[in-house]
Design a protein around this ligand. Structure first.
Ligand code: C2E
Ligand code: MG
Ligand code: MG
Ligand code: MG
Length: 278
């Protein structure tokens, strides 16, 4: 019986691997025409000022609506696009559209807030990235101070000179930089020592743990204290209930986002009053 079981689980395992490869190839192939066919869209999720309750920022989150595959989540296609290099074109599309949407909100009379755009390490290491950001700001008319780039902590592991240079040049443009998914990577303290990030975003797994055990509380409050001592602001991701919110406010967390406030949705689905209350 054990032998049979072992054999079955092996074939199941290799079937899953082949399936995974096939899925990746499909995604890579279908991504080629996604921009041309207008299949991408951006959902925006507000980031709230936890002291005033106003919108401080909107995070741009890409969505891919494929005619046959349906909605493909970013976690499934962003890694594929990073491997294939397609992230360069996709990232440019997101950056341009997110900046121009933020400019549109401003011209319509909203109190200005930041637009936060997720950036892949592949983009950050691309030689033209800094000049791309500069020209997108010029083209869209968005002031640099209203753009924030989020880089995931894990990617900072790639400790290359070009990455460091890129970060410094971006800061010099006047945009802000934040570390996404903070606490899940390994190089956090080393990077915090070398670069001036404006914000850290506490990974939502820690925020969720606030309700479950004492470690979630200890970890979130320690990150808040650390960041503040280093002169950075803190954003909590994935706030889903009032218990988490109350704790984070008590610990003086600056900003927060999550389903408790608002799910990510299309720009025209947001009902922003001029006071930025939602
Ligand atoms: P992220 O940057 O950490 O974005 C936050 C993710 O958490 C989003 O997932 C958002 O929809 C989700 N979220 C927000 N509030 C809550 C909550 O209260 N509870 C839970 N469970 N989830 C919440 P999404 O949109 O699926 O994006 C996943 C990841 O894909 C992002 O994580 C980001 O790393 C990446 N991504 C999204 N858009 C882009 C993009 O334009 N470029 C790049 N390079 N990566 C992107
Ligand atoms: Mg993010
Ligand atoms: Mg991320
Ligand atoms: Mg995150």
């Amino acid at each position: 019986y054990t032998k049979k079981y072992g054999k079955d689980s092996f074939s199941l395992y290799s079937f899953e691997l082949n399936q995974e490869t096939a899925d990746k190839l499909t995604i890579e192939r279908e991504l080629k025409s996604a921009i041309r066919n207008d299949e991408f869209l951006i959902h925006y999720q507000p980031i709230m000022n936890l002291k005033t309750g106003e919108v401080s920022a909107m995070e741009a989150l890409i969505r891919w609506n494929h005619p046959d595959l349906g909605m493909v989540p970013p976690d499934r296609f962003i890694p594929v696009s990073e491997e294939s290099g397609q992230i360069i074109a996709i990232g440019k599309w997101v950056l341009y559209n997110a900046c121009s949407q933020n400019r549109l909100w401003q011209t319509r009379g909203c109190v200005p807030f930041r637009i936060c755009v997720n950036i892949s390490t592949i983009q950050l290491q691309h030689p033209n990235f800094v000049s791309l950001v500069k020209s997108i700001l010029e083209e869209t008319g968005l002031e640099a101070k209203w753009l924030e780039l989020e880089v995931t902590e894990g990617i900072l592991l790639e400790d290359t000179e070009i990455l460091k240079e890129s970060l410094l040049k971006l800061k010099a443009l006047g945009i802000s930089m934040s570390i996404d998914d903070f606490g899940t990577g390994f190089t956090s303290l080393n990077y915090l020592r070398q670069f001036s990030f404006d914000r850290v975003k506490i990974d939502r797994s820690f925020v969720q743990d606030i309700n479950n055990d004492l470690n979630g509380k200890a970890i979130t409050s320690t990150i808040i204290t650390l960041a503040h001592k280093l002169g950075m602001e803190v954003v909590a991701e994935g706030i889903e209930d009032s218990v988490q919110l109350a704790y984070l406010r008590e610990e003086l967390c600056d900003e927060g986002q999550g389903y408790h406030f608002c799910r990510p949705k299309a720009a025209d689905q947001h009902d922003l009053s001029v006071t930025n209350k939602i």
